[in-house]
Design a protein around this ligand. Structure first.
Ligand SMILES: Nc1ncnc2c1ncn2[C@@H]1O[C@H](COP(=O)(O)OP(=O)(O)O)[C@@H](O)[C@H]1O
Ligand SMILES: [Mg+2]
Length: 472
């Protein structure tokens, strides 16, 4: 019995495959013939059902396309029905077999629907993913910053079109090349350090490095780097580079301008001081002498005229003093004549007298030419402005001024015990006032000095300049 089934199996499969491929009538004829042979040899309908299912299973296993599954099953049923038609007359089990077959076909169709649902769900997820990927791709493709990825060895693995505009080279030329070769050699050690930090899983602070372009020029790039992960492991680095050349240039221009203003201001002060001292003071002195001569000529020293002359002469004397003091402030002659330490001491003494604030001064002697004349002026001016701020704003009762000389630098410290202030908000207010701190800082910068301002509310303010000196 099994032998017979096995004999039919191969031709049955062959015929069914043919039918499914569309050989039509001829295949159906073969189905009928095979059915008749089986019926004659005594193969039962249930055995036929089993045979059909096995064959169909084999065929479906090979077929990939699920959407055609329902159709295949439907057509296979037609073929099968044809193969069973010889039984119609002889076997009562025919109807029953057909029924089983229908149930099986329904089950298969259900399975197929589930499969289709799953497929459409997956397609939806894939579509959403593709859409989001597209969005990011567009962002990267159109960004004006260079966005790149690096391998664990620092080789460029990808970058966006912005690179071509910036560097003037094709991206393909640079893929798989070491990224540090794009940088100025002085900047590579730092870039490598940052890259190593990234490989340790850190996100380092932004850093600047010069980028060499194909035009032979350098751009200043601001870099942000972060580790790139895959399955929880670091596989390289992600980076963004922004061209900040223009921004740098603008801020440098601004700095140069500010420094020029400081220099021009100093020149102008010198000029006005000279004018006041050499011209106005001389004239006033001459007028005073003239008045004295007139006084001598007045006989009655008690006459209103004589008393008037005395008053005028006194007033002129006071004016001369005032003008001298203004002139001295504008152009501290003491600085040239007596040197910085003494000039500072005198300045502090004057200040203390005028404002009733105790000033303690400690000033190391400075041999000639320890500091360039311009730097000495800067230190003097900073002290002047700092003291004026103490008087104007601090409500301090004591100030400490120290000029210290070490082997490699000269430092100036001015500390008050006043009310303190928020140093982050004090530099240049929007109404343009408050240029004092700003110009102090500019002067310090001009003298290559570090400028350090700290202030604590209700404790006081400390300002420190540190000026490097070349010699001991
Ligand atoms: N020693 C100080 N103590 C308290 N506040 C200060 C001191 N120095 C500066 N300030 C604050 O900082 C501000 C800015 O100072 P500055 O730039 O010199 O401008 P200005 O003296 O013209 O106001 C001051 O208005 C004041 O509020
Ligand atoms: Mg001020």
């Amino acid at each position: 019995m099994h032998d017979i089934l096995n004999n039919i199996r191969a031709p049955y499969e062959d015929a069914l495959r043919g039918f499914l491929k569309g050989t039509g009538e001829e295949a159906l004829q073969r189905a009928y013939d095979l059915g008749r042979r089986a019926a004659e040899d005594g193969v039962g309908t249930l055995d036929m059902v089993k045979l059909h299912e096995e064959v169909l299973h084999t065929i479906l296993k090979d077929s990939q396309r699920s959407e055609a599954l329902a159709d295949t099953v439907r057509r296979a049923s037609q073929f099968f029905a044809e193969s069973l038609s010889p039984y119609e007359m002889t076997h009562r089990g025919f109807q029953e077999a057909l029924q089983t077959l229908r149930v099986r076909a329904d089950e298969l169709a259900d399975m197929n629907r589930m499969l289709e649902d799953e497929i459409s769900e997956r397609t939806e997820v894939e579509r959403a993913l593709r859409e989001s990927e597209n969005r990011f791709r567009t962002l990267v493709e159109t960004a004006r910053d260079v966005i790149f990825t690096l391998s664990l060895h620092g080789r460029i693995t990808s970058m966006n079109p912005a690179f071509e505009d910036l560097v003037g080279a094709q991206r393909t030329e640079w893929i798989d090349r070491s990224c540090v070769t794009l940088l100025h050699t002085d900047d590579t050690p730092r870039a490598i350090r940052v890259f190593q930090q990234v490989l340790r899983g850190e996100i380092p602070a932004t850093f600047e490095a010069r980028i060499r372009t194909n035009r032979g020029t350098y751009l200043v790039g601001e870099f942000i780097m972060a580790p790139q992960y895959q399955d929880g492991k670091i596989v390289g680095a992600l980076g963004i580079a922004r061209d900040i050349t223009e921004r740098k240039r603008a801020s440098e221009d601004l700095r140069t301008l500010a420094q020029r203003v400081v220099v021009a201001q100093e020149e102008e002060r010198k000029r006005i001081s000279r004018e006041l001292h050499d011209d106005i003071c001389q004239r006033l002195s001459a007028t005073k002498l003239h008045l004295e001569a007139l006084q001598d000529k007045v006989r009655d020293k008690r006459s209103p005229l004589a008393r008037g002359l005395v008053d005028v002469r006194r007033s002129i004397g006071a004016t001369i003093k005032e003008v001298r003091s203004i002139s001295a402030n504008l152009r501290p002659a003491t600085l040239d004549d007596l040197g910085l330490p003494t000039a500072l001491r005198l300045l502090c003494r004057e200040f203390s007298k005028m404002h009733d604030i105790t000033v303690r001064v400690e000033a190391d002697p400075l041999p000639m030419h320890t500091l360039p004349a311009q730097t000495e002026t800067a230190v003097y001016r900073v002290t002047q402005e700092a003291l004026s701020n103490v008087a104007k704003h601090s409500r301090a009762r004591e100030v400490y001024v120290q000029l210290r000389r070490t082997g490699t630098s000269v430092s100036l410290t001015i500390r008050d015990n006043g009310k303190g202030f928020d140093t982050t908000k004090a530099f240049v207010r929007s109404d343009g006032t408050g240029l004092g701190l700003f110009s102090m800082r500019e002067r310090a910068q001009l003298a290559s000095a570090t400028f350090d301002l700290t202030s604590v509310r209700n404790k006081g303010t400390t300002l420190k300049l540190d000026i490097p000196t070349t010699g001991p």
